[in-house]
Design a protein around this ligand. Structure first.
Ligand SMILES: Cc1ncc(COP(=O)(O)O)c(C=O)c1O
Ligand SMILES: Nc1c(O)cccc1C(=O)C[C@H](N)C(=O)O
Length: 397
């Protein structure tokens, strides 16, 4: 049984702040500064370039990939860490398309994160060949899976509403139509149990700075199903994805398996932070996490909807259809979120009118949920949000 009181004690949670934005950027694990300091002082400072061998920096992308693999149901040797999520989306989509050269359509939905759609637009434009990105409503995805589709590219959990796709069912339908699947797990990894193997996903990608708590700029990950690992064509053919990087050959030859999805020099300092964060996950059973996430989410939804008739739930009411966030529509959502933040309750706003709150059992408990709901109710019901200072838009919302 996971001890969530113990996991909460493993984080630095700023005084006076109740943090419901771990779906965007997780808080600092207490062990991270020491682990990063070790990389700086014992490794970089003392070993300098010999750290690649002596501290085994060169193996960190695969090692951390395997640790994330455990959280998403990926077998050892099928997941690797590096780059940003946008880049991993590009790689996965390009490799998936290359497996279906006779087909022209990438199917996605309006609930996908814009970067994924932009990356697809950029890639398809660069490839030419009359390729089409078809973007439909989330609830219509299943009906649009036909034998025209080369790749089904979806984010499992909608970043705005928290609505969760059925990864296994949609993957089965895509495979039935002969399509390849690319799943973005940005809002799933560390949020709920994921089983890429059971769902038979072909490619999956995700980031580590949200629910996994790797820190701002933490690297992304990519999973390639074992049956594709030796066929997947790396569009970003960087030297560290080469079969023999230190042979310095003029011609590219992909490494065996997932290693070919590496590109260039990995961010060693940021990976040290990620390693410290992943240590916490060794204490967590993902089914316990899901149970707790649902308990806390239901409590939050109940308290906010009871107290705030002006807010309407934007997330599915059925917990099985949600990830680990709760969102509400409110016509002055931006100003209201700034007013809530001014009271120390940190959530965020997503256009056009969504107030979004991450439910992260590793460091949130009932008292946090009740406190947050009470503060939100005061802001909404007293119209505290209706002040000019809360309407000034910041660069990052
Ligand atoms: C679903 C999803 N995909 C892609 C991205 C882009 O990730 P990155 O900025 O790390 O490239 C994000 C978040 O920014 C996201 O939430
Ligand atoms: N990566 C971010 C950043 O560099 C700045 C601000 C926000 C982010 C985010 O991760 C946004 C996030 N993907 C979202 O779900 O909205």
């Amino acid at each position: 049984m996971t001890d969530f009181t113990a996991t909460k004690r493993m984080f630095h949670l700023p005084e006076g702040m109740t943090y419901l934005d771990g779906n965007s950027l997780g808080p600092l694990p207490l062990a991270t500064p020491q682990r990063v300091g070790q990389t700086l002082q014992d490794e970089w400072a003392e070993m300098v370039i010999t750290g690649w061998n002596r501290a085994e920096w060169i193996h960190q992308p695969a090692r951390l990939g395997d640790r994330i693999g455990r959280l998403i149901g990926a077998p050892e040797g099928t997941c690797v860490v590096g780059d940003t999520l946008s880049i991993k989306v590009f790689q996965a989509l390009a490799a998936a398309l290359a497996l279906r050269p006779d087909r022209k359509v990438v199917l996605s939905d309006t609930g996908n994160f814009p970067s994924d759609l932009y990356i697809a637009q950029g890639l398809l434009g660069a490839l030419g060949q009359d390729l089409e990105l078809r973007v439909v409503a989330p609830e219509e995805v299943a009906d649009h899976i036909t034998d025209e589709i080369a790749v089904l590219m979806l984010t499992e959990v909608d970043y705005r509403t928290g609505r969760k796709h059925d990864m296994a069912a949609l993957t089965a339908k895509a495979h039935g139509a002969g399509a390849i699947t690319v799943w973005d797990l940005a809002h799933s990894a560390g949020a709920l149990p994921v089983d890429v193997t059971g769902a038979k996903a072909d490619f999956a990608v995700g980031c580590t700075y949200k629910f996994l708590n790797g820190g701002p700029g933490a690297p992304a990950f990519i999973f390639v199903a074992p049956q594709h690992a030796m066929q997947a064509r790396p569009i970003l053919a960087g030297w560290l994805g080469h079969a023999a990087p230190f042979a310095f050959e003029a011609a590219y030859r992909p490494a065996d398996g997932i290693a070919r999805m590496r590109v260039g020099t990995p961010p060693i300092i940021q990976m040290a932070a990620l390693e410290a964060a992943l240590n916490i996950w060794d204490h967590v059973d993902m089914n316990d996490l899901r149970t707790r996430s649902i308990e806390l989410s239901e409590r939050f939804i109940h308290a906010v909807t009871q107290a705030c008739p002006d807010l309407t739930l934007a997330s599915p009411t059925d917990p099985a259809q949600r990830g680990s966030q709760v969102s509400f529509h409110f016509h002055e959502g931006y100003a209201a979120m700034q007013a809530v933040i001014a009271r120390g309750i940190i959530g965020d706003f997503r256009a056009p009118d969504i107030m979004r709150f991450g439910i992260t059992p590793l460091y949130l408990d009932e008292a946090d949920i009740d406190h947050a709901a009470a503060q939100i109710a005061e802001v909404i019901n007293s119209k505290e949000w209706d002040r000019p200072e809360f309407k000034v838009r910041a660069a990052v919302t």
